[in-house]
Design a binder for this molecule. Structure first.
Ligand code: NAD
Length: 249
């Protein structure tokens, strides 16, 4: 895809770049997006109905089976060229903030430092009753119990209707207000408050770029909408930026 010169210019002169990723950023690693997860074993369930505190209260064993399936799938996956390109971007801009709605840890495995995990982490466990120390729990149990209080353990992800983890929301909001370029990558821009970050950036004068093969509610509000897969477009974008930086020096 030929990239607009003005977009590479904007990146080359940016002081602070914020990249927000969604599940599309991991699609080329074989990790299903929410929509794609409605296949096979789990086709009888609506994924957005499994990722709720109500679903956990009603059938915790079912929710643990779903998360164990997702853990195995992610463990077998590898970062794709899009993850690698974003890790490289850190070294090409003064300040880079990477906020991910993904819970799979693939950005970290690709080498991105200091990732803001907006929706938690698939491999974390926490006590459903409070902030207990969960070390030593028997994770093989159908519904693991908290070793400290005996309550139920749950995966350390943010479910629909729950608050964003301490610090993550503040860091993401502050970065959105400060960045010069905002990259919205592989997200349907339907899940709030993450979907509002691009508007914060835009209001503060940032150039907003969407990378997604499909249109989303964010498309018409973006300065650039690049209809492409993240694993193909991001390496091209980061290569163009590296070339521009070299020719500028
Ligand atoms: P979503 O499933 O709602 O949307 C995925 C978006 O990615 C779609 O707009 C789709 O067009 C786009 N897409 C698909 N393939 C792509 C590719 N190769 N390159 C670029 N874009 C591509 O996901 P969302 O917006 O992240 O929000 C829903 C929630 O899903 C988040 O809360 C997230 O925590 C959760 N989730 C995470 C994972 C993960 O950690 N990998 C997987 C499934 C769901």
């Amino acid at each position: 895809m030929s990239l607009p010169d003005a977009l590479v210019d904007a990146l080359a002169s940016a002081r602070h770049v914020l990249a927000l990723t969604g599940s599309g950023a991991s699609a080329e690693s074989g990790v299903p997006t929410f929509r794609e997860a409605q296949t096979g074993l789990w086709s009888q369930y609506e994924p957005t109905q499994l990722a709720t505190p109500e679903a956990f209260a009603q059938d915790p064993a079912l929710i643990w089976r779903w998360y164990r399936w997702r853990r195995e799938l992610v463990q077998a996956a590898e970062p794709n060229p899009g993850h690698v390109a974003l890790a490289r971007l850190h070294s090409l801009v003064d300040t880079m903030t990477l906020v991910t709605q993904n819970v799979d840890g693939l950005h970290q495995r690709a080498g991105s430092p200091d990732v803001v995990e907006y929706h938690g982490n698939l491999f974390a466990n926490r006590c459903h009753e409070g902030s207990c120390d969960t070390n030593g729990a028997d994770l093989e149990a159908e519904v693991p119990a908290c070793p400290q209080c005996g309550g139920r353990l749950r995966p350390g992800v943010v479910w629909f209707g729950e608050a964003i983890p301490d610090g993550a929301r503040e860091r993401a909001d502050a970065a959105a207000a400060d960045c010069d370029v905002f990259l919205s990558i592989g997200t349907s821009s339907l899940v709030w408050p993450a979907a509002g970050l691009a508007d914060i950036a835009s209001t503060h004068g940032a150039v907003v770029v969407e990378i997604n093969p499909d249109a989303t509610p964010q498309t018409s509000r973006s300065h650039y909408s690049l209809r492409a897969r993240a694993g193909e477009l991001l390496p091209e974008l980061v290569d163009s930026l590296a070339r521009r930086k070299r020719s500028d020096t």
